[in-house]
Design a protein around this ligand. Structure first.
Ligand SMILES: *[C@@H]1O[C@H](CO)[C@@H](O)[C@H](O)[C@H]1NC(C)=O
Ligand SMILES: *[C@@H]1O[C@H](CO)[C@@H](O)[C@H](O)[C@H]1NC(C)=O
Ligand SMILES: *[C@@H]1O[C@H](CO)[C@@H](O)[C@H](O)[C@H]1NC(C)=O
Ligand SMILES: *[C@@H]1O[C@H](CO)[C@@H](O)[C@H](O)[C@H]1NC(C)=O
Ligand SMILES: *[C@@H]1O[C@H](CO)[C@@H](O)[C@H](O)[C@H]1NC(C)=O
Length: 392
């Protein structure tokens, strides 16, 4: 269905899309300790600096005991040695620099009032320390810089460890993640399915990971160059879905719009049509705005000039074109908002709260659960016809 048709279909539905902050009381916080997977180093499944990978696990209980949510953390990418070297000195490249404890919120929260469908599942947050959305695998170590490119091995090693911790009995499982972790969710979705029991209901939910192969305001393909350099540096090509890499340049298969048609496992996509990261980096990268004339507009849409508004609108039109080919079914769901935001599902106020953004009266949490359990086919595009600031 085209965007226009979709818009007309849904425009009549009165949608209350409001976004607001829902603050957790301090006493309610769920803090989960980190598990460092020391044994992964034997398989060379290591962070950029060679340290072992890590995750946080909060065990399920009751009816959720055989159900698993695996959340892949966010954090961009590194596309060159200097950049990766810098990351190797911080939490995004080394478990030596990670926080031992993590707050579990949103889709990972354990309170039924805030996460009614998944609160008692086994919930895992996988730390991101490879810089390649869990796709890299270069055997050779960059000895001069002592850098390892092993994201795909980390993914496999952690899944195998969780298998032995009970995932082998999984009845329901969801791979999810935000931003670079949302992209990792798409790119690793079929692999995840293959690592779980055949009988399990396995689906993927990608949040803020639909990075468009969009042009900059100068008409150049900056994000395409960036992805090409990531895929080359990390040796990612062999870990991207082969049905895609056999028909186009492998680095193009880093783009959801190209690879999603080849993903076999059911996939739900949550994204803003006017994703603020993509406006900041894909549409108006810093190098094209040395005077920072876009900064106020990037921070608050209300500060944009008319011409800036029109450029952002055009980006949204391009973004929605990528959804033209996705036909409604249980295997493809989406929830596309017009909020000018980036991340979502780890924020309780975004995921499921009285003030969460809603499409067709559903919060993201409800839409995902309905789709996952096949109560309804969900393909929601916010009919609000332009980008707007939402507080989340
Ligand atoms: C988490 O780690 C802290 C500090 O090391 C410790 O006090 C606490 O008991 C641990 N919590 C759990 C659930 O193991
Ligand atoms: C969630 O986990 C925290 C920390 O373990 C615990 O104190 C709290 O009681 C749990 N909440 C529910 C509703 O189970
Ligand atoms: C690689 O990343 C750096 C730092 O994030 C960025 O400045 C550079 O433009 C990127 N290179 C390409 C080819 O995208
Ligand atoms: C986008 O850029 C603006 C202005 O620099 C900044 O305030 C905002 O946090 C950025 N958003 C993201 C998601 O990077
Ligand atoms: C940008 O917008 C915010 C919120 O609407 C406002 O508080 C601020 O003053 C604006 N800044 C500029 C430079 O226009």
């Amino acid at each position: 269905m085209s965007f226009k048709k979709m818009t007309l279909t849904f425009l009549s539905a009165l949608l209350a899309v409001s976004c607001a902050t829902h603050v957790l009381g301090v006493g309610d916080a769920l803090i989960v300790n980190m598990t460092i997977l020391q044994s992964a180093t034997a398989q060379g499944a290591v962070c950029l600096d060679g340290s072992p990978p890590a995750y946080h696990l909060d065990r399920g209980h009751g009816s959720g005991i055989h159900n698993w949510i695996i959340f892949l953390d966010q954090g961009g990418w590194c596309n060159n040695t200097a950049d990766c070297l810098y990351r190797s000195t911080m939490h995004l490249g080394s478990s030596k620099h990670m926080n031992q404890q993590s707050y579990f919120t949103g889709i990972l929260y354990n309170r039924s009032e805030d996460n009614p469908e998944f609160y008692n599942w086994n919930r895992v947050k996988v730390k991101y320390c490879d810089g390649s959305s869990f796709t890299g695998d270069v055997e050779q170590v960059d000895t001069e810089n002592k850098l390892y490119f092993r994201g795909a091995r980390i993914f496999k090693a952690i899944m195998e460890d969780l298998w032995s911790k009970g995932m082998k009995n999984a009845e329901n499982a969801i791979l999810t993640g935000s931003s670079a972790g949302g992209l990792a969710t798409i790119l690793n979705c079929d692999k995840f399915k293959s690592l779980l029991p055949n009988v399990a209901r396995v689906k993927c939910v990608a949040d803020a990971g639909f990075f468009l192969d969009g042009k900059t305001i100068a008409g150049t393909s900056y994000i395409e160059e960036t992805y090409r350099s990531i895929v080359n540096l990390h040796g990612s090509a062999k870990n991207l879905p082969s049905a895609c890499t056999s028909v186009m340049e492998p680095s193009l298969c880093f783009f959801p719009q190209n690879v999603v048609p080849y993903v076999q496992t059911p996939l739900f996509i949550i994204n803003s049509i006017y994703d603020s990261w993509q406006i900041n980096n894909t549409l108006v990268p810093r190098y094209l705005d040395p005077e920072l004339v876009w900064d106020h507009c990037k921070a608050h849409l209300s500060n944009c000039t008319l011409s800036q508004h029109l450029i952002i609108q055009d980006f949204g039109v391009e973004f929605l074109k990528a959804f033209d080919g996705l036909t409604p079914s249980f295997t493809r769901g989406y929830f596309l908002t017009s909020c000018h935001t980036h991340l979502g599902i780890l924020q309780t106020g975004f995921w499921f709260s009285p003030t969460s953004p809603r499409l067709l009266h559903k919060t993201i949490g409800e839409a995902v659960a309905d789709w996952y359990f096949e109560r309804a086919r969900f393909q929601y595009i916010d009919p609000y016809p332009c980008a707007r600031d939402c507080k989340v």
